[in-house]
Design a protein around this ligand. Structure first.
Ligand code: ATP
Ligand code: MG
Length: 605
């Protein structure tokens, strides 16, 4: 489930990639054709000024006569119409250029936005494993940058391809019209001037790919700086972070400069070769004029066209380089599209009842192939029971409860609600039946109310009031000026640990699901908040089937069953009293180490 860092296997399969992006292009085809159609006169009009120079110099300046379709055009007439004519044509070209740019921007933004919307829908439904495996920087650049390159550059490249090609054709026509011999020399030299470009294309591509990877690393580091700012300050890691990011920025600099070093001489060389062309044409042109085979007007018109031809030909060369990048971007976008959630929502049964019996049957699970984390877990819970899961850190407790809402699917064995495998329930109804409070709870930026309503959008004010009371938030909220509508900062950082936990509990409570999964936070709260959080949790657990990863003695005392997990296996199972009776038992050991000192505390409560 890992994204490729640079390019995918399909990056050069152009037919396949065009097929993939076609559905996004299809609804816009009429507009795209219009854009391309507008590009044709846009390009052709480049030749107009150069073309008009011949009659202007020959007739207006040098006083020759000009026949046009049987009419003799007079000097005065041409002197009158050519200058404003040039302006009018430039005006027409300007309007066309505006329309063309407007349309092509509209189209490419539309395509890129549609892709982004679809892509985000895909991303947000991907399973936890995807987010475990791929760095945020990589995914963000796939999401933000690649669709833009894929659509904008695709449309722009084709547009400029057409404009440049027609512009070149128009100018070549003017060249041929004036003198085919000179045209032959001029065009050959110009094409030679652009040959070096083709050799450099590969180099440019490699460097820009590397730049993308480094860009992703910078984003990831930046995210870490943000989320981990307290760790960074606390451990005085500022220098290290600074060095990491500044090294990456330096790498980008070096990459880009190495590209400039290799490609920067390209333009001057092309100019030199092109000017050799112009020089040759001048010498040859002089001969032709002396021999009376070329007028000065034709010559001026010719040289102007030749100079103008430099730009579209250069653009064509650039375009061919860009198009390669476009396909790489398309392939990156669709690689992401092809990631499918491993969690298949193929169940048909609606879980609209309260399960009487929940059973783990010989569940085996691994995050990756090499390392089995759960090695045959079997236990059951009756409706209304509380199952406490205890054990050493890293033993697999969180993993067990993460399987219930199918964040991950079991590799072998199964989890059954009243003898129905949970894979047979629709994912929505399964997750609707489970309220969860995580080890680290995530609060969204927004108000406290919004964060609580996540549990149940349709809850009434009355429900909210009850929940606030039951989660012991009411007192705290009454001290806030805006009460429950107070905005909390991103990640809930403006709240204390206990307050964050209680909001998470309130959110789970208002969901009012029959099954509660609780990963008790290990972080010790102070005595008073500990008690408040405990009371809130007790309220949440009332009349529910509860799976709780317990770090508090009181939770364990109240549990109907305790399962002791060690290294992916259940090593002991029973009530507190039963387990304490086992000589040299794991639980007894754990109890003596972890919980006993809490007893004293609890006694005082
Ligand atoms: N997303 C993940 N990807 C790969 N391995 C993981 C992932 N999450 C956990 N693990 C590994 O699975 C094992 C069990 O982890 P788990 O989080 O279930 O332990 P735990 O019993 O909840 O520990 P703790 O009491 O510290 O919370 C650990 O060895 C851990 O390294
Ligand atoms: Mg855990």
């Amino acid at each position: 489930m890992k994204l490729n860092e640079i390019k995918t296997a399909s990056a050069f399969d152009y037919k396949y990639l065009l097929n993939r992006i076609f559905p996004y292009i299809k609804p816009l085809i009429p507009r795209i054709l219009l854009t391309f159609f507008l590009a044709i006169p846009l390009g052709l009009l480049d030749g107009v000024t150069a073309f008009a120079l011949k009659p202007y110099i020959d007739v207006v300046v040098n006083g020759q006569t000009l026949d046009c379709f049987g009419y003799t055009l007079t000097r005065d007439f041409l002197a009158l119409i050519i200058p404003p004519g040039i302006v009018i044509f430039a005006g027409i070209q300007g309007v066309l250029r505006y329309l063309n740019t407007y349309l092509s921007d509209w189209i490419s933004l539309k395509i890129s936005n549609t892709i982004k919307v679809d892509l985000f829908k895909k991303l947000v439904y991907l399973d936890s494993k995807f987010y475990d495996d791929n760095s945020s920087g990589l995914v963000i650049s796939r999401f933000l940058t690649d669709p833009d390159i894929a659509s904008r550059s695709l449309i722009n490249s084709i547009k400029t391809l057409i404009t440049s090609a027609t512009s070149a054709l128009g100018l070549i026509f003017v060249l041929l019209y004036n003198s085919w011999e000179l045209a032959f020399v001029g065009v050959i030299v110009l094409v030679c001037a652009f040959l070096p470009m083709t050799f450099l294309r590969k180099k440019i591509k490699q460097v820009s790919n590397k730049t993308t990877v480094v860009g992703g690393d910078i984003t990831t580091s930046f995210n870490e700086t943000y989320k981990g700012n307290k760790v960074i300050s606390g451990y005085n890691l500022q220098e290290m972070e600074f060095k990491k990011v500044s090294d990456l920025i330096k790498t980008t600099f070096n990459l880009q400069m190495s590209l400039t070093k290799r490609t920067g001489w390209l333009s001057p060389i092309m100019y030199i070769i092109a000017s050799i062309g112009v020089a040759v044409v001048m010498l040859a042109g002089n001969e032709l004029i002396s021999a009376g085979r070329l007028t000065t007007g034709s010559f001026a018109s010719f040289i102007t066209s030749l100079l103008l031809l430099y730009k579209p030909i250069k653009t064509l060369g650039n375009d061919l380089t860009n198009i390669q990048g476009v396909f790489v971007a398309i392939s990156r976008v669709f690689e992401l599209f092809d990631f499918n959630s491993r969690i298949k929502d193929e169940g048909k049964v609606e879980l609209n009842f309260i399960p009487q019996n929940i059973e783990f049957k010989n569940v085996r699970f691994s995050y990756d192939e090499n390392n089995e984390i759960l090695k045959g877990i079997s236990f059951s819970a009756k409706r209304g029971q509380t199952i406490a899961i205890v054990g050493n850190s890293g033993g697999g407790k969180s993993t067990i409860v993460n399987l219930l809402p199918r964040f991950y699917d079991v590799c072998d064995g199964g989890i059954y609600f009243d003898c129905v495998n949970i894979k047979n329930f629709t994912l929505d109804s399964l997750r609707n039946s489970i309220s969860q409070v995580f080890q680290n709870n995530f609060l969204f930026s927004g108000t406290i109310r919004e964060n609580i309503l996540i549990g149940n959008k349709n809850a009434s004010d009355d429900d909210i009031k009850k929940v606030l009371k039951a989660s012991h938030l009411d007192e705290f909220i009454s001290t806030l000026e805006k009460g429950i509508d107070t905005n909390i900062a991103e990640n809930g950082v403006s709240l204390s640990g206990g307050q964050q936990q209680r909001i998470a509990i309130a959110r789970a409570m208002i969901k009012n699901a029959p099954i509660v999964v609780l990963d008790e936070a290990t972080s010790a709260l102070d005595n008073k908040s500990e008690k408040i959080v405990q009371k809130a949790l007790d309220n949440l657990m009332k009349d529910k089937t509860v799976f709780v990863i317990a770090h508090r003695l009181s939770t364990i005392f109240n549990a109907d069953k305790i399962i002791v997990v060690d290294d992916g296996k259940i090593v002991e199972m029973g009530t507190h009293e039963e387990l304490l009776k086992l000589e040299n038992g794991k639980y007894k050991n754990l109890y003596n180490m972890q919980f006993k000192n809490q007893e004293e505390l609890l006694g005082k409560v």
